[in-house]
Ligand binder design. Sequence first.
Ligand code: ZN
Length: 412
Amino acid sequence: MFNELHCLVERARCLVGAFDPDALSGVEARVAVEDFVALEKYAAAGRLLAVGRLDETGAWFGDGTFRDLAGWLASISGTTVGAARGASDTARRLRALPASTDALRAGGLSPAQADAISAAAKADPSAERELLETAKTAGVRGLKTECDRVSAAAASRDAEMDQYERIRAARSLRHRRLADGTGSIEIRGPLDRTAQMMAALEPYERDLFTENRTNGRREHPDAVAFDALVRLCEQAVRDSTAPERKAGSRPLAMVIIHMSKTAYERGWTEPGETCEIEGVGPVPVAVARRMASDAILKSLVVDGVDVTRISHYGRTIPAHLRTAVEARDPVCTILECETSRHLQIDHNIPVAAGGLTELTNLGRPCHHHHHDQKTRHDLRRHGPPGQQQLVTKTEYARLTTEERGPPIEHAA
Ligand SMILES: [Zn+2]
């Protein structure tokens, strides 16, 4: 190929050296101009392709005279560094645009056209084919206008994506309690996501609308949307606690209520007493009670650190209760034992002895304290979670309710 290219250059040199324009007729001169333009076009195309490869290899560096490819190119082609930089940028962009490169090879693109198209196609690769079609019919000016339009559209699309990313990065869901006791959830984020959430509410909203109409109730659409979200959450919890869900997996949603036992029994709080949703804040006892009896929003009534009231007969530990025990007892519940591995949920008073499946009767001792000590010797735990001690059944029976924590052992 090199021989061929060199021969071509040599022949062009001879031809142009001996070229006598005065010998040409007007028509011949016109043909000659057209041929030289074609030659120029192929030469320019070949040069762009070669420059692209040269850029890739870095072989222009030579003895280190030039700082960059554009400097070297300007020096050998007798142009300004700025013009050479434009050419090397075009060459670089063309490496990633095979269709434009093909058109260039076929003599279908001038360097100016290749420059305009490659710049626009870099911003929006999907526009390349259409721009190549435009190049066939529109002049350079028309093509450049079209290329500018493509670049501008791509820039604003990028700006939109930047904007979207900014919104996504700042996404938030804030739940707070307003002064009057209203719960407020503010959700901010990309509109497609919020719209997705709203779309998920629609079937529930339709059902509620029908129900309300049947019952002659008139509700504001915002209120219906609220009820729809509650239903959606209830459904999610039902799904998460459905028996077919694999054992040990945690429920998707859980509400923990911390409250004073006395307040729970009275129905309202008095100074010094607690009734609040964990992580959210105080709620009226009536609300807490309703939640406690709600089959879906599993809740736990807390008295100090002990959770009381949610009792289950039978050995099976519901997922929400298991989660609460795991959260309360991250390490062995026995005093000064820091083991966090192989913890086992234990009924302090065994189910067989009338023990309830409730948080106060459950604990997570380690394998040693559970199996080797408590079960083997039929011992009982007593004291606050994390600081419990093992005592015999007889000793346990002598303890006050306060000392025990868990309820009185039922007659077996
Ligand atoms: Zn232990």
